[in-house]
Design a protein around this ligand. Structure first.
Ligand SMILES: [Zn+2]
Length: 494
């Protein structure tokens, strides 16, 4: 009989969250032991179900569920929680052995206060307990931040290869079958881990869509090479500030370290060559502005993705304006929602001087009011008619009472009363502003501005501004990530 232990924990820790993953939360979520694990998971499609299935299909294999806990993603795991969880799992493995193999149902992006690589520390301890000769199989989520400690202490690592994750069961079954073959001496797995300095924008994680689908096609080609036991593309988890944050590639071959290294490198190189496509979810504000300012001519059109009015945002974000001022970049043309500011412009009239703080007044997620001094150049009722094609085919627009102001530091702002996206260039032209003359035009939206701005844009850049929808990892204050890491360092080499 082949006796296999399984014990572990799953957590995806967002270290930028202030909500700690505490012991009481894990316990409320459930500390499962023995048969309770089978009852909870055997009929699911989760990793543990794949382990149970492998045992059920093979009369010589007995899977012994020892300990399992998981908690929904939140902040880092507290020291009390990780110590308790690891001690429980390790003690169960130690006290119920000896084992022919161990299967670990992990996630791979668990972070705790003493152990930034909590999963790796766990695998290391399991290795310490079972010794060098007992096979260890490690199952991970596609959002794992894979460490050498994990891969080197495990014999075989498998990772979900779908986002959304629908193959946890299949990958776990594959892992368990490979581990059983290893126990029987049929294979001698060896692993290679490749970690290019590459992060993938969360908006590019879908495995059914280009570019991830194309990368998985290349992975499948490599996986079919003779001697390859399994090959995993790992998307990584950017919201954990740890050294391993980012993409990784794990190849496992049958006793062929050179092949493992070559296969992992081949896939990593393919991903690296697609790095721009893997990060089209948004360009960091400073990068976008710097590139726009450096262009020989305009209009460079920057989409304010975080202030996508069509997606329900307030249309008064000032984040790009503030960044431009901080970077000493002038010449932005953009609309800002601010009815109070329009009233002040109406009071002084065309040609009058205003000193205002505009926008950023709806909530605290779209920047603070942007102080300006400038001259009112036009006033309107905010109604205009689109003359060209528009998103959704609309023709008549009403931004409410509007004013155009040229600021003393060289920006042209269209102040509007109602939230208004940049669906038509008439938003500017109705106030005497010619958008084709703009060096940098800020469009509020993601898709809706395209019909209007694409024909005139020298280049379009989708800016990963904070706000309702977009997560721009450049807005996080990382302290532990590796440097360089594309796209935070666009000149990173691999
Ligand atoms: Zn995931």
């Amino acid at each position: 009989m082949i006796r296999i232990a399984t014990a572990g924990f799953q957590h995806e820790s967002n270290t930028f969250s202030f909500v700690p993953a505490s012991l009481d939360k894990f316990m409320r979520s459930g500390f499962l032991t023995g048969d309770a694990i089978r009852q909870e998971y055997a009929t699911s499609q989760a990793t543990l179900a794949g382990f149970f299935a492998a045992a059920d299909e093979d009369p010589d294999v007995e899977l012994v569920p020892l300990f399992f806990t998981r908690l929904t993603p939140m902040g880092a795991i507290t020291e009390e929680a990780i110590t308790t969880i690891m001690d429980r799992a390790i003690a169960a493995i130690r006290d119920n052995g000896p084992w022919d193999a161990v299967l670990l149902p992990q996630h791979g992006a668990a972070v705790s206060v003493p152990f930034p690589d909590a999963d790796g520390e766990y695998v290391r301890r399991v290795r310490e307990v079972v010794g060098p000769d007992v096979p260890i199989g490690l199952a991970l989520d596609m959002h794992a931040n894979v460490s050498r400690q994990m891969v080197e202490n495990a014999d075989i690592t498998t990772v979900y290869q779908t986002t959304p994750h629908i193959d946890a069961y299949d990958q776990a079954l594959l892992l368990a079958r490979l581990v059983v073959r290893m126990v029987r001496g049929e294979i001698k797995p060896c692993s290679a881990l490749e970690m290019p300095p590459l992060s993938v924008n969360i908006l590019n994680h879908g495995t059914s869509d280009y570019p991830m689908a194309e990368l998985l096609r290349i992975a499948q080609e490599q996986r079919c090479r003779p001697g390859v036991l399994t090959l995993s593309l790992v998307e990584g988890y950017s919201y954990a500030d740890v050294a391993e944050t980012g993409m990784s590639f794990i190849a496992v071959t049958d006793n062929d370290p050179e092949l493992a290294a070559e296969v992992a490198r081949t896939l990593a190189r393919a991903a690296w060559n697609m790095r721009a496509a893997l990060n089209t979810g948004g360009t960091p504000i400073d990068v976008a502005l710097t590139r726009a300012a450096a262009a020989p001519a305009g209009p460079m059109v920057l989409f304010d993705v975080g202030d996508n009015v069509g997606g329900g945002s307030p249309g008064d974000s000032t984040l790009i304006l503030h960044a431009a001022r901080r970077l000493g970049i002038s010449g932005l043309v953009q609309a800002v929602g601010d009815g109070e500011a329009v009233q002040e412009c109406e009071r002084v009239g065309v040609g009058g001087r205003v000193s205002l703080a505009v926008g950023g007044k709806t909530d605290d997620r779209h920047g603070t009011p942007f102080p300006i001094a400038g001259t009112v150049t036009a006033l309107s009722d905010g109604r205009y008619e689109a003359t060209g094609p528009t998103h959704g085919g609309f023709r008549f627009y009403d931004d409410g009472p509007s004013a155009a102001v040229t600021t003393d530091d060289g920006h042209i702002l269209v102040l509007i009363t109602r939230p208004g996206g940049t669906a038509s260039l008439q938003q500017f032209r109705s106030l005497g502003i010619e958008p084709t003359a703009a060096k940098i035009l800020i469009a509020k939206g993601v898709q809706s501005p395209r019909p209007a701005v694409e024909p005139i844009a020298r280049e379009m850049i989708w800016v990963a501004t904070p706000g309702v929808t977009t997560a721009d990892i450049a807005t996080f204050a990382y302290r532990h990530r590796r440097v360089p890491l594309y796209p935070l360092e666009l000149d990173a080499q691999y």
